[in-house]
Write a protein that binds this ligand. Structure first.
Ligand SMILES: [Zn+2]
Length: 872
């Protein structure tokens, strides 16, 4: 997620081989550079071969060679010889061209086709502009003007700066003022409207609005919006004060690269800036108390208002503006903004764990969703250098890197229209570290204390999954089929996304030449959200195939393990098979035909589960005491982690989520399915223990925000346990309450219905609600509103007594009115026990419940089934 709508582009395409000493291509580019600087169109045409090519050359030079240049730089990026490599008849050359016109700049990429003349010099016979970024600005503070202001108010949605007094400096371009520096004293007020964001602001600063003094601020806006933000009538010109000016300049230098900035690599060492575009706004506010806080409006983001803490690198708030809400409604799916859909990945790579080196060729098949596109943005980790990009439509293409954003932008020479299919093939290489065994979509419990005791070295495992873009991919997760080929050193083993292909791995190369490699091949015929693989020393433990009569599907289950974990892995193989059978019967389906459990050593228990496999961490001795106190650790049921990870094949991969808010759909189902499995294997007491722990964590952390806040839960405090307590455990407890409210039949058929409808799509809470509404025949709007989008908990006072064979209940809700089930545990004289559920959906509820016999004892909420504060 980007915090500002900071477009930036065009760091150079990296050339891999060093350029040869100055030669005729470089001489020609040197001549063109001089021509561009001189704005000499005629001079350019003199370099063009033959009259026939002049018309195109004239058109080209009209837009590309303009008068008034003050500096020009041309850098060769790529050279492809025509004819034989030894005696080429010419070259296709791609070059980046940067031209300054005073404080305005322009960067373009040209493709020049050159042909050799009899005297060995080169002529241009064709040329094409591949891309350009216009109107870049070298900003600086206005040297001559200084203003004072009293009671200057700057206002943006939910954000105010009250500048009591001090100096004001401006930075202007031809179109007007685009940056303002305030130096003096004032107060910042950030007062978000959504309750959820108020809670996050309270967690940050202790109060629902953030009111704090500031000493300086840097504001950035489009020149067209300047007057809307700054009341020019309040500015009074004064004589320049060098000390104030110096202070303002420091602020300016510190802040103006933070947004709308473009790094140009070897074309220019200076910072160049893009215009924000109307409606976009950024304020860097220097507060005494919190360091620099950044407020931003970024029109193109679904959550277009953000407040960011620069010092701690934390999002404090992120939400949709009133305008966005009015246009789009409350919920969004990140897929709605996609311009293309990747349908297939074909990844072929060589991986060397010693150097952490990846050498890959990936072909992406995509279909255009927008009415047309002229460029495409893909994700690829910055350390990976793109060697070439080719497309079946356009032949060789050129990609631009975007500064530190793990993106590649490719401009097409022509438009590609809706529904067109195209293939893009990338060759790339670089050193990329494997991802740590924690973080998003990984459950690894938190650690209370640093480990001590003797060092125990875990077998190294290298995981490449969804944390870094180790292959070129869509910018948001995108269901696609895939093939994956990986070559690794022969002493190691690999587990990857997809069905392991028959006859693989194969050993290639020769031992004598030390070129031996082991090559794995996987095919994912069912779509997956992202690809992953692990490399480690693994021993194959066993394979078994499970057949499911009701869906006609089979699941081939394999278990591999680090050598020391083989014995443990044998036990896990039996559990994994039981768990898979249980889930397949519950959901009536198996999303992927194979599943491999890789049992690997790690300091902490936990796991990570991409589609088709899971990595399950086996904690080493000596670490056990440190992780017990975590919402994701259930020490009375050690198979819980395996059951959780395995459930992600159905929820998380089989069903995906539409944006970060909806992650609970994956984690809560993984938790709840694991709890149901615990119940089926180990009985009601173990299940009750699991639910009790979930309830305890969920209730303790509920005030940190709604389940719907996703990864942002605990983010400001940097406490992952808050996230797990709410997204995992509260989410699961909410499903449990729903089950009691609508009954087992409606609940389990609702899960199936949701799963089948949402299979291989990214969906949201509203689709889950609709599925349960269908099967239960009632509205669940209020239920989800309170439990998923809200963060308060019900408080209920309950009175009950027995009249003959009837249980008489009176319940009063003391706070917000919620919908939830109350459990009465009833024990009869013959020691039989039963649970009776009473639905509470109004402020006051009176119910008389007939019982089969007079009870001996009645108790309430003994099963910890409701997330309410229950008093009697
Ligand atoms: Zn999980």
């Amino acid at each position: 997620m980007t915090y500002l709508g900071v477009a930036s582009s065009a760091a150079a395409q990296t050339s891999v081989a060093p350029l040869p000493p100055p030669d005729n291509v470089q001489q020609l580019l040197g001549a063109v550079e001089k021509i561009v600087l001189a704005g000499d169109v005629v001079g350019y045409l003199d370099l063009v071969a033959g009259n026939a090519n002049r018309t195109r050359a004239t058109d080209f030079s009209r837009t590309e060679i303009l008068p008034g240049a003050t500096r020009a730089v041309i850098k060769e990026r790529e050279r492809i010889p025509f004819g034989s490599t030894l005696q080429p008849t010419g070259y296709r050359v791609v070059a980046d061209v940067f031209v300054e016109y005073g404080d305005v700049g322009r960067v373009a990429t040209w493709q020049l086709d050159l042909q050799r003349r009899s005297d060995d010099s080169l002529q241009i016979f064709d040329q094409l502009r591949l891309t350009s970024v216009e109107r870049l600005f070298r900003l600086s503070l206005d040297d001559e003007r200084q203003f004072t202001a009293q009671k200057l108010a700057i206002h943006a949605e939910d954000f105010d700066l009250a500048f009591d007094g001090g100096s004001v400096f401006l930075s202007a371009i031809d179109a007007g003022v685009t940056a303002v520096v305030l130096v003096g004293r004032g107060d910042m007020h950030f007062h978000p409207k959504p309750d959820t964001e108020k809670t996050q602001v309270r967690i940050f600063c202790g109060s629902e609005t953030l009111d704090t003094p500031f000493t300086a601020a840097f504001l950035r806006m489009d020149p067209a919006d300047f007057q809307q933000f700054v009341d020019v009538g309040r500015l009074t010109a004064v004589a320049l004060d060098p000390r104030e000016r110096k202070r303002a300049d420091e602020i300016f230098r510190q802040d103006y690269r933070k947004s709308y900035h473009l790094g140009l690599g070897d074309l220019s060492s200076e910072p160049w800036s893009l215009l924000p575009g109307t409606g976009n706004f950024a304020a860097e506010v220097h507060t005494r108390r919190y360091g620099v806080l950044t407020y931003a409006r970024s029109k193109n983001e679904p959550e277009d208002i953000t407040l960011f803490d620069r010092l701690r690198h934390r999002n404090i708030a992120a939400y949709s503006s009133e305008e966005t809400l009015a246009r789009r409604g409350r919920f969004y799916n990140e897929d709605d903004l996609r311009e293309y859909d990747v349908t297939h990945y074909d990844v072929d790579l060589a991986y060397s764990p010693g150097r952490q080196w990846i050498d890959g060729v990936t072909t992406i098949t995509l279909r255009v969703k927008a009415s047309f596109i002229q460029a495409i943005t893909l994700k690829l980790a910055d350390p990976l250098i793109v060697r070439s990009i080719t497309s079946d439509k356009f032949g060789r293409l050129f990609g631009f890197r975007v500064n530190n954003q793990n993106l590649v932008i490719i401009n097409f020479p022509g438009a590609v229209t809706q529904d067109a299919e195209m293939k893009l093939t990338f060759a790339y290489a670089g050193r990329l570290e494997p991802q740590l065994l924690d973080g998003a979509e990984t459950v690894a419990v938190g650690q209370d204390a640093p480990l001590d005791g003797p060092e125990f070295t875990a077998e190294p495992t290298y995981l490449y999954s969804n944390r870094s873009a180790w292959y070129p991919q869509a910018t948001v997760t995108d269901y696609a089929t895939a093939t994956l080929k990986i070559s690794i050193p022969p002493a190691l083993d690999c587990v990857g996304s997809g069905v392991p292909d028959e006859g693989w791995p194969k050993i290639v190369g020769s031992k004598e030449e030390q070129s031996e490699r082991k090559v794995y091949s996987f095919t994912a015929t069912e779509p997956l959200r992202y690809l992953a693989f692990i490399v480690s020393k693994l021993q194959h433990v066993e394979t078994r195939t499970l057949a499911f009569a009701d869906s006609g599907r089979t699941l081939t289950l394999s278990v591999d393990a680090n050598p020391r974990q083989v014995r443990k892995a044998r036990e896990l193989a039996q559990s994994a098979s039981d768990i898979a059978k249980f889930y397949a019967s519950l959901l009536g389906d198996v999303p992927y035909p194979t599943f491999t459990v890789a049992v690997v050593e790690n300091d902490l228990p936990g796991g990570h589960s991409p589609a088709y496999f899971a990595e399950l961490y086996q904690p080493l001795p000596m670490t056990v005491q440190t992780w017990r106190n975590d919402p994701a650790s259930f020490d009375r049921f050690p198979d819980f982690f395996l059951a959780h990870e395995l459930a992600h094949q159905w929820f998380g991969h089989g069903v995906g989520w539409g944006n970060y808010h909806e992650q609970w759909l994956s984690e809560a189902f993984a938790q709840y399915l694991a709890a149901l499995y615990a119940q089926s294997r180990r009985g009601d007491n173990v299940f009750a223990g699991v639910m009790r722990q979930m309830r305890r964590w969920a209730m303790a952390e509920s005030d940190q925000g709604p389940v719907y806040l996703g990864y942002r839960l605990g983010h400001i405090k940097n406490d992952g346990r808050v996230f797990r307590a709410l997204v995992y455990n509260k989410g699961a407890a909410v499903l449990h309450m729903l089950r009691r409210l609508i009954g087992d039949d409606a609940f389990f058929s609702g899960i199936r219905r949701f799963y089948m409808k949402a299979k291989f799509r990214k969906v949201g809470t509203d689709e889950l609600r609709e599925a349960f509404e269908q099967t239960s025949g009632r509205s669940l709007q209020a239920f989800f509103e309170q439990w998923i989008y809200g963060s308060t908990l019900p408080r209920v006072k309950v009175a009950y007594h027995v009249e003959g064979n009837e249980l008489v209940v009176h319940a009063d809700q003391l706070g917000d009115v919620f919908e939830f089930p109350l459990t009465f545990s009833v024990e009869f004289d013959d020691r039989r026990k039963t649970n009776v559920f009473v639905a509470v959906a109004a402020r006051s509820v009176d119910r008389r419940i007939p019982l089969p016999a007079p009870p001996r004892r009645v108790s309430i909420n003994k099963d910890d089934g409701v997330l309410a504060d229950v008093t009697q």
